[in-house]
Design a protein around this ligand. Structure first.
Ligand code: GLC
Length: 425
C-alpha cells in the first residue's frame, strides 16, 4: 500500500514538472506558485535531490531586487488563469505577481540539508540560497512591519495562501469595488463554482491588485496604503520558523551575522505572537492591524501558529483545541471551526482540510512533545489519501475530494509523510 501510494505521488510530481519548476495542478494553476514549490521540494528530496534544489532555485531566480519573492512566477504564457501578467504588470524580466506568500523556504531548505544523501551538493546549493532567503526575511520586516512590532502583516488575502478564509470577511468590507476593470474568471471553468471564492470576493481581490499597481508596486508604500492589513498567526509562525531554521543553517555554515540576525527576528516574533492569543477562543487569532483588534474568527491560522516554537502551555492549549475539533469532524484539521455559522465544508479555505497545513501543524506539535494529537493528524491525512486520492483539499466530514486533482503539494506531502518518521528535530 505504502509503496503504491509513493509511486502514485511520484508520478504526479513528474507529471506536473515543467522543467525546473512544477505547476500545482493541470489547468487550474498553470504557473509556479511560491509556497507550493518550497513544500513540493520536500517530496522530490526523497527520490531526486538535485530536482528538489532546482525547484527552490527557480523560485529564487525570480526574487525582486527589494528582496520580495513573488507568489506566482508566470514562466510561460497560458490564458487559463486569471489574473495573468497583463493584470499585474509588475515589469519583471520573467513576469511575476506583485505580492508574496507564506515564507516556508527557510524551513524547507533546512529539511533538505538535514536529510541530504549528497551533503556536498546540499552545502553548495544551500550556501547560494541562504543570503536570498535572508534578504526575503529582511524585506518582510522592513516592508510589512514598518513599526517594528515583531509581526508582519499581509496586504492581500492571497498572500496568506488561505485565499477566501472567513478571517478576511469583515476586513474585506473595507476594500471597495468601484473602478474594478471587467474581468473573466477562469478558476470557475476548471473547478466547481460552489467550492470557489465568490464573485464579490474576486472583485475585491482585483481592486487591491489595481490599487497596488497604481502605486507602481513600490513596497515602501504598499503596506500603509492598503485598506487590508492583517496579522495572521499562521503566516507569522511560518516566517518565525524559517528564521529559526535559517539561523541554524547559518551557524552550521559559519555565517555568524546572518545567524544572529535571524535568531533575533525569531525571538522578537515569538514574544510578539502572544498578543494574538485569545483565552476565550483557546487559540491564536488574526489581528486587524488598522484597528488593532483581534478578529474573532477561529481558523486554522491560529493552530498553525504552533509551527513556531511557541511556549509549551500554548502548544498544549492548541493540542486541546485540536482534540475538541477532532470530535466534530472525521478528518482533522478543518480550516475553520465547524461550529461557526459561516463554516462551509466544501468551499476552499472556509472549512476543508489541506494536507500541507496538516503537515506543518503536526510537525510543530511533535517539536512541542504533543505527539498524540500530531499522530492523529497524520493518520487522518493518510486516510484521506487512501480514500480520495491526491486532491487539492477535502471535506472534513465526508473526505470528498475537492478542487484540482493530481495536486503537486498534496503528492509531495504524502511522500514526505510515508518516507520518514516525522519526529521532533
Ligand atoms: C490557491 C491556494 C494557495 C496556493 C495556490 C496554488 O490560491 O489558496 O494557497 O498556493 O492555490 O496551489
Amino acid at each position: 500500500m505504502t509503496e503504491d501510494l509513493i509511486a502514485q505521488a511520484k508520478a504526479i510530481l513528474r507529471r506536473n514538472d515543467r522543467g525546473g519548476y512544477t505547476v500545482p495542478t493541470h489547468g487550474l494553476y498553470p504557473f509556479q506558485w511560491n509556497w507550493d514549490s518550497c513544500l513540493s521540494a520536500l517530496g522530490f528530496s526523497h527520490f531526486d535531490e538535485e530536482r528538489a534544489w532546482t525547484e527552490i532555485d527557480t523560485l529564487f531566480a525570480n526574487q525582486w531586487p527589494d528582496g520580495m519573492v513573488p507568489h506566482i512566477v508566470f514562466h510561460e504564457e497560458d490564458d487559463g488563469y486569471f489574473p495573468g501578467p497583463e493584470v499585474w504588470r509588475t515589469g519583471r524580466p520573467v513576469p511575476t505577481s506583485g505580492i508574496t506568500q507564506p515564507p516556508v523556504a527557510g524551513f524547507a531548505v533546512r529539511r533538505l540539508v538535514e536529510r541530504a544523501r549528497n551533503p556536498a551538493l546540499a552545502e553548495t546549493r544551500a550556501r547560494a540560497l541562504l543570503p536570498k532567503i535572508h534578504a526575503w526575511h529582511a524585506w518582510f520586516h522592513r516592508c510589512r512591519d514598518p513599526q517594528g512590532s515583531g509581526l508582519v502583516a499581509i496586504i492581500h488575502p492571497w498572500e496568506s495562501g488561505r485565499d477566501n478564509s472567513i478571517d478576511w470577511d469583515d476586513v474585506f468590507e473595507r476594500v471597495p469595488t468601484e473602478g474594478v476593470e471587467p474581468f473573466n474568471r477562469r478558476d470557475i471553468q476548471h473547478a466547481n463554482p460552489s467550492h470557489r471564492p465568490t464573485q464579490a470576493q474576486y472583485e475585491r481581490y482585483i481592486w487591491l491588485v489595481q490599487h497596488f499597481r497604481r502605486l507602481g508596486w513600490d513596497n515602501s508604500k504598499l503596506h500603509d496604503a492598503s485598506p487590508f492589513q492583517v496579522v495572521d498567526p499562521g503566516f507569522n509562525a511560518i516566517l518565525i520558523r524559517s528564521c529559526t531554521d535559517l539561523a541554524d543553517l547559518a551557524e552550521r555554515f559559519g555565517l555568524a551575522e546572518m545567524a544572529e540576525q535571524s535568531r533575533q527576528l525569531a525571538s522578537n516574533g515569538i514574544a510578539a505572537m502572544d498578543t494574538l492569543w485569545s483565552d476565550a477562543a483557546g487559540q491564536y487569532l488574526c489581528q486587524d492591524r488598522t484597528t488593532g483588534a483581534l478578529i474573532q474568527s477561529p481558523s486554522i491560522a491560529g493552530l498553525l501558529a504552533g509551527f513556531a516554537d511557541i511556549p509549551a502551555p500554548r502548544a498544549k492549549a492548541i493540542a486541546k483545541r485540536l482534540a475538541a475539533l477532532g470530535e466534530q469532524v472525521d478528518y482533522l484539521v478543518p480550516s475553520h471551526d465547524p461550529s461557526v455559522a459561516a463554516f462551509d465544508s466544501l468551499r476552499y479555505w472556509r472549512g476543508p482540510v489541506w494536507l500541507i497545513v496538516n503537515y506543518m501543524i503536526a510537525d510543530g506539535l511533535f517539536r512541542s512533545g504533543e505527539s498524540v494529537i500530531a499522530q492523529r493528524i497524520i493518520a487522518d491525512s493518510l486516510r484521506l489519501i487512501e480514500r480520495s486520492g491526491f486532491a487539492e483539499y477535502y471535506d472534513p466530514h465526508t473526505a470528498e475530494p475537492c478542487g484540482g486533482d493530481q495536486f503537486t503539494w498534496t503528492a509531495a506531502i504524502v511522500i514526505e509523510l510515508l518516507s520518514q518518521e516525522l519526529t521532533p528535530a
